[in-house]
Ligand binder design. Structure first.
Ligand SMILES: Cc1cc2nc3c(=O)[nH]c(=O)nc-3n(C[C@H](O)[C@H](O)[C@H](O)COP(=O)(O)OP(=O)(O)OC[C@H]3O[C@@H](n4cnc5c(N)ncnc54)[C@H](O)[C@@H]3O)c2cc1C
Length: 327
């Protein structure tokens, strides 16, 4: 599958990048590590006239601890840098653990946290070659108007399938977005729409530039568990992140989030809240797993059945809660 023709834009500064996005609005795609964009372009899911390569915008790279244990992470920071950061491992271990499960070492050397947050939603009927999609009559997400996953439906159910967002949601992360009208900072959970087609609230002229982890979320015990077909290199088909803080043997705070089973990564608020003030045991961890499984809405977007993926959300939530409690 050959790459479509495009013109490469290589800005050296953030304002130059934003200017380019505004100039070529609607006809340009952003490239960070390119580990998802390039395969998608080969499949002709995107055929932009321009590709905006952010590599030269060095101000968007790096992990910057703040004086109060909070941290700022540039959108171009690679997943390897996050995985290997001793600061993040010490204070925000759920993020380093989730980053370490993404794809393979080579892809983590290229792939960035910004690209992971912005990752396109995935579906068996979408992530295919042009010939394959044409043979099936296309779908709502690209070039068609029918959904093979929810026949008769008008909404796209492609699954959001990146590993770091559930960890970031558990840490109450915020993201910075920059566009021609200035800079805004929003909680990550407001970034996702829950619609597989228009899955994020980012304007075509905007970039995700930074991720902020607050001091209040530092030093929670964190665990990430993930289901995938090939253990050494694959997107999640179900993923659960859990963070927990203890005092006097009881849970002072707990948060649970999941990925790859809905069109957005989701905080399962009720499952986290039910643990607060309790001592974790098998039954409690199982009850949290039941709530998470009921919140998951996997459909036939992948090779594994929805029933199996939902069951694995239950199992992983239980295991992750028990593991976070014993950390
Ligand atoms: C074989 C294989 C296995 C994979 N396995 C996993 C996996 O296990 N888990 C997982 O999470 N991912 C996986 N991926 C996908 C990918 O490698 C990662 O999600 C990676 O983090 C994407 O980052 P990137 O910088 O390469 O993004 P890119 O490919 O550069 O971009 C991804 C998308 O985000 C947009 N984008 C990128 N940066 C920005 C920005 N700063 N602002 C606005 N939009 C932006 C791009 O336009 C594009 O739409 C896999 C990919 C492959 C090829």
């Amino acid at each position: 599958m050959s790459l479509p023709q495009f013109r490469l834009l290589r800005p050296r500064a953030l304002n130059e990048a934003i200017d380019s996005l505004a100039t070529h609005e609607g006809n340009v795609r952003v490239l960070s590590g390119g580990t998802d964009l390039i395969p998608s372009m080969r499949q002709k899911l995107f055929e932009p006239e321009y590709v905006l390569d952010l590599h030269g915008v060095t101000e968007l790279r790096g992990i910057r601890p703040q004086s109060d244990s909070a941290v700022e992470i540039g959108a171009l920071t690679t997943l390897s840098a996050i995985e290997k950061s001793s600061y993040l491992r010490r204070h925000f271990s759920v993020l380093t653990e989730a980053a370490a499960t993404v794809a393979s070492p080579v892809l983590r050397n290229m792939g960035t946290i910004g690209g992971n947050i912005c990752l396109d939603t995935r579906c068996l009927w979408y992530n295919q070659s042009l010939t394959w999609r044409k043979g099936c009559g296309y779908c709502i997400k690209k070039d068609g108007d029918l959904c093979h996953v929810a026949p008769g439906g008008t909404k796209c159910w492609a699954a959001f399938s990146a590993d770091t967002p559930p960890a970031l949601l558990c840490l109450n992360a915020q993201i910075e977005i920059v566009g021609p009208n200035g800079t805004r900072r929003i909680p990550l959970k407001e970034f996702y729409t829950g619609d597989g087609e228009k899955y994020r609230t980012l304007l075509p002229t905007e970039l995700v530039t930074r991720v902020f982890l607050p001091r209040e979320s530092a030093d929670y015990h964190g665990v990430y568990r993930k289901l995938r077909v090939r253990g050494s290199i694959d997107y999640p088909l179900a993923g659960v992140a859990v963070v927990m803080k203890h005092s006097n043997g009881q849970v002072e705070d707990a948060r649970i989030a999941m990925t790859a089973v809905n069109p957005a990564p989701i905080l399962v608020q009720r499952a986290g809240e039910m643990l607060i003030g309790k001592v974790i045991d098998d039954a409690l961890a199982e009850a949290a797993g039941d709530i998470a499984a009921r919140t998951a809405k996997p459909l036939t977007t992948s090779a594994l059945t929805p029933e199996y993926r939902r069951e694995m959300i239950r199992v992983f939530t239980k295991r992750a809660v028990l593991a976070a409690a014993s950390n």
